[in-house]
Design a protein around this ligand. Structure first.
Ligand code: 4AD
Ligand code: MG
Length: 478
């Protein structure tokens, strides 16, 4: 249906058949004997070359064929004379759908910085780098759905507007229809949320987990894949205010099953990208190599495809938080006081500690388990010693935490105890607590930050460059 895409045309055997190609001009080059137009429609990283003879078209028409303009080209598909491609189009007719005045069109055929491209997020999908990232992002999303579908999971849509704070970190965006200039007040002078749209305070969800657990207590294996929102003021290369999370939740899974699933899952979706996004990954690999050209040999990172294959082919290292602290205490940077933050049992590992474990010590992905209860969420199952919880974080090279998850506390009294301990009003999650009253079951789950996965697979340094329209502090332009 619809016109042939350039990806399909490039795979068609040339028999001088007539063909229509539609796309945006990447470059136009005029030589004595021919005019070459490189056209791209985003279906592939590769352009199709279209060739006209000098004098075939008016100077006026040719002037409007500039980088960024959109064309319909009619012609013949012929074997290419040049070396760069197998086929090309011998142009018979050009229709200019839309011009792009080179005086003002910001995307010129030269290298633009990623920072500059972020300022023109409406146009950056037309660059090779961003179209490659967007195609890979799509392939990974497709692989996620197909992995879970094959594994007997059901896709559960959890609410985006909620009244609970699943992570208890208080980093929520408020949702309200109250007039901020005329706030209704209670007799005590507080804001009267009974008059708000939902008759209570509401916010954008930070995680679909709590509702996901309700699904798992009926369908056994579910997953969510939706937007989540965090109003943390982190201006880092790993944080977004709006990001997509994948949260599987499984009845009858213990922590070990959870780790096995997490490891198999990320390996399978990365494998899918390796098998289905070869051209785009090659392009990004070359781009990275180009970027690092001026670095000394020993500081260059391993080529992207090699890094991805390594992660797929090797078992992740599994150890407890307590063992990780012991390794850090014995480490060179700790002894030489090179870590910025102190190390000791009970600390929340900072990214320098995580990176030391993954990039220096083990040199592969690591799954850390059994963290101190004080630094983890209320819903995690207490270990027998009462000091640690059945948590698991998957740490990746260059990324840090890519997955966070746990076995869940299925015992009603213990869970209620934790709810009180961390200061959550049990009334706000009575429905969650009831699952532990009615047919409770051991269960586990985790959350994978989708953009961190895309970042890892594409090798991009900044998370703002792997989502079409990033949201971060002071930025919601597009
Ligand atoms: O570790 P987190 O906060 O875990 C949860 O939300 C659990 N409810 C998940 C579960 O057990 N179902 O977040 C999970 C993952 C992190 O490991 C990270 O990859 C990603 O979500 N993440 C972010 N990604 C981008 N920007 C942010 N601000 C992120 N915060 C977390
Ligand atoms: Mg976490």
């Amino acid at each position: 249906m619809g016109p042939l895409q350039i990806k399909e045309i490039l795979q068609t055997s040339p028999e001088n058949q007539s063909i229509v190609v539609k796309g945006w001009v990447r470059t136009k080059r005029e030589s004595k004997n021919a005019i070459f137009i490189a056209l791209n429609d985003g279906s592939t990283i590769h352009n199709i070359q279209a060739v006209a003879e000098p004098g075939q078209f008016s100077a006026e028409l040719l002037l409007s064929v500039t980088t960024g303009s959109c064309l319909k080209i009619t012609g013949q598909l012929v074997e290419s004379q040049g070396s760069g491609q197998a086929v090309e189009v011998k142009i018979e007719d050009i229709l200019v759908y839309g011009t792009a005045d080179p005086e003002v069109f910001p995307l010129q055929p030269k290298k633009h910085s990623l920072e500059f491209l972020r300022e023109i997020a409406h146009l950056r999908p037309r660059t090779n780098t961003f179209s490659a990232i967007l195609r890979i992002r799509h392939a990974l999303a497709f692989a996620v759905h197909s992995y879970f579908n094959d594994g007997g999971f059901f896709y559960l849509n959890t609410p985006i507007i909620t009244a609970s704070d699943a992570e208890g970190a208080g980093e929520m965006f408020r949702v309200t229809t109250l007039d901020l200039n005329k706030l209704p007040r209670t007799d005590e002078g507080a804001i009267n949320f009974k008059e708000d749209f939902f008759g209570r305070e509401a916010n954008l969800t930070v995680s679909g987990q709590l509702e996901g657990e309700l699904g798992a207590m009926a369908l056994s294996k579910i997953y969510t894949f939706g937007p989540t929102f965090r109003a943390e003021n982190s201006n880092t290369t790993r944080h977004l205010a709006e990001f997509w999370m994948i949260e599987p939740e499984m009845a009858f899974f213990e922590l070990e099953d959870n780790m096995d699933l997490a490891e198999d899952f990320v390996k399978k979706v990365i494998t899918y990208a390796l098998e289905n996004c070869k051209d785009d990954l090659n392009f990004l690999q070359n781009r990275l190599a180009e970027e690092e050209k001026n670095k000394p040999q020993n500081e260059r990172s391993i080529p992207l495809l090699e890094k991805l294959s390594f992660v797929v082919d090797n078992p992740f290292e599994r150890l407890t938080y307590t063992e990780a602290i012991e390794i850090l205490l014995k480490s060179k940077p700790h002894k030489e006081k090179k870590f910025q933050y102190p190390v000791g049992w009970g600390i929340d590992l900072s990214s320098e500690h995580e990176r030391y474990l993954v990039e220096k010590h083990f040199k592969k992905p690591v799954i850390l388990t059994n963290y101190p209860r004080e630094i983890k969420s209320f819903y995690m199952k207490l270990d027998e010693d009462g000091k640690t919880v059945r948590a698991m974080d998957v740490l990746f090279p260059g990324i840090g935490e890519i997955i966070g998850g746990s076995q869940r506390e299925e015992d009603y009294d213990k869970l209620l105890g934790r709810v009180h301990e961390v200061g959550i009003d049990p009334q706000t999650i009575w429905w969650y607590l009831e699952t532990r009253k009615f047919g409770t079951a051991p269960h586990s789950g985790f959350g994978l930050g989708f953009e961190r996965l895309v970042q890892f697979v594409t090798g991009m340094g900044n998370i703002r460059d792997v989502i079409p329209f990033p949201r971060y502090p002071k930025s919601a332009e597009f």
